[in-house]
Design a protein around this ligand. Structure first.
Ligand SMILES: [Zn+2]
Length: 92
């Protein structure tokens, strides 16, 4: 796992954020500067799925905010049976 971080617009809210690649670059771990957003991991598959789903992004943003300053992190991914999953998990 690389520790290099990249500057990017937050996938959920569009504000300044940084991300790192995790899971062999199949996921990004974002850390957003917006106080109403937060930290989350998202898979590239989920990014494609949510590209235009602003309502789901808004919902995920609130969950990411709730995870901030806890020992949990929000994980957004698409499972093997193609279901979208947005849930908090313990940090590694
Ligand atoms: Zn954000």
């Amino acid at each position: 796992m690389s520790n290099q971080s990249f500057d990017d617009a937050c996938f959920l809210c569009g504000q300044d954020s940084t991300y790192r690649h995790t899971d062999a670059a199949n996921r990004r771990a974002y850390n957003c500067s917006n106080p109403d957003c937060g930290e989350y991991e998202i898979s590239t598959r989920a990014m494609r799925r949510l590209e235009n789903a602003d309502d789901i992004k808004k919902e995920a943003m609130q969950k990411a905010k709730a995870c901030r300053d806890t020992d949990m992190i929000l994980v957004i991914e698409v499972s093997d049976d193609d279901a979208l999953s947005i849930r908090c998990r313990p940090r590694n």
